[in-house]
Design a binder for this molecule. Structure first.
Ligand SMILES: CC(C)(COP(=O)(O)OP(=O)(O)OC[C@H]1O[C@@H](n2cnc3c(N)ncnc32)[C@H](O)[C@@H]1OP(=O)(O)O)[C@@H](O)C(=O)NCCC(=O)NCCS
Length: 206
């Protein structure tokens, strides 16, 4: 890392750097997921700025429109380091066709051993086209392909119907609805836990 913080290595390489770590590039038919790095700040800030109305109800970090670029830069520096620590694998989501940033997704190691949580948001101009579903499917496959991982989960507020539909559409099972202290305007105080086990995923028709 330089004195100015982490910088991107030569990428994308598409390689797996260590066991238990996903590849830094994941491709789907319409999308390219590349490991997020500090150089993504301008593209991602623009995407967040354009999506604040949809993000603010559900994402704690989207509450302060004034701090978008600064907040995005800090997030990118942090998440870049967390990748190497094996804590969080976040990807900037681009359209394969025009390379435009269409969202941000990640696999997060914060739900105990053997499991990864999947998070996502989509640029408002690109919502409703199945991108969240396509990216979350790719991350489910990627996560469940990692050594030691046999479960992925999607957590969303009960009121976040669009997010729940992504999970349901991918075949995740609603395993729990629990009370939680939400910190965004949309939160109902009830969080849904959607679960996919490796066996269940492998049994799905391809
Ligand atoms: C939730 C979110 C990621 C969905 O992204 P998306 O790319 O539009 O999702 P998809 O196109 O893959 O569609 C998912 C489902 O939502 C439905 N959907 C899409 N746009 C919708 C809309 N405006 N209203 C209602 N349903 C909608 C789709 O029809 C699909 O349901 P189906 O599979 O039953 O047909 C996106 O709306 C978003 O970023 N929201 C704000 C951030 C957020 O809530 N992130 C998740 C936190 S848990």
């Amino acid at each position: 890392m330089s004195d100015d913080g982490p910088t991107c290595p030569d990428r994308p390489s598409g390689v797996v750097s260590a066991p238990g770590v996903p590849p830094d590039v994941v491709r789907t038919s319409r999308l390219i997921l590349t490991r997020s790095c500090p150089e993504d700040v301008d593209d991602l800030t623009d995407a967040v700025d354009a999506s604040l109305d949809e993000l603010a109800p559900w994402m704690p970090w989207a509450q302060d429109p004034q701090g978008t670029r600064e907040g995005t830069a800090a997030f990118l520096a942090e998440t870049f380091c967390k990748w190497d620590a094996g804590e969080e694998f976040t990807y900037t989501l681009r359209s394969a066709e025009i390379s435009e940033v269409v969202g941000h997704v990640g696999l997060i190691a914060r739900i105990g051993p053997g499991a990864l949580e999947i998070g996502y948001w989509i640029h408002s101009a690109h919502a409703g086209r199945g991108f969240a579903t396509e990216a979350a499917r790719a991350l489910t496959e990627t996560g469940l392909g990692l050594a030691g991982i046999d479960r992925t989960e999607i957590h969303c507020d009960e009121g976040n119907v669009r997010s729940a539909r992504v999970a349901r559409g991918l075949g995740y099972a609603l395993s729990e609805t629990r009370a939680y202290e939400g910190d965004t305007p949309g939160d109902t105080g009830w969080q849904q836990i959607w679960t996919m086990h490796r066996q269940q995923f492998d049994a799905q028709p391809s």
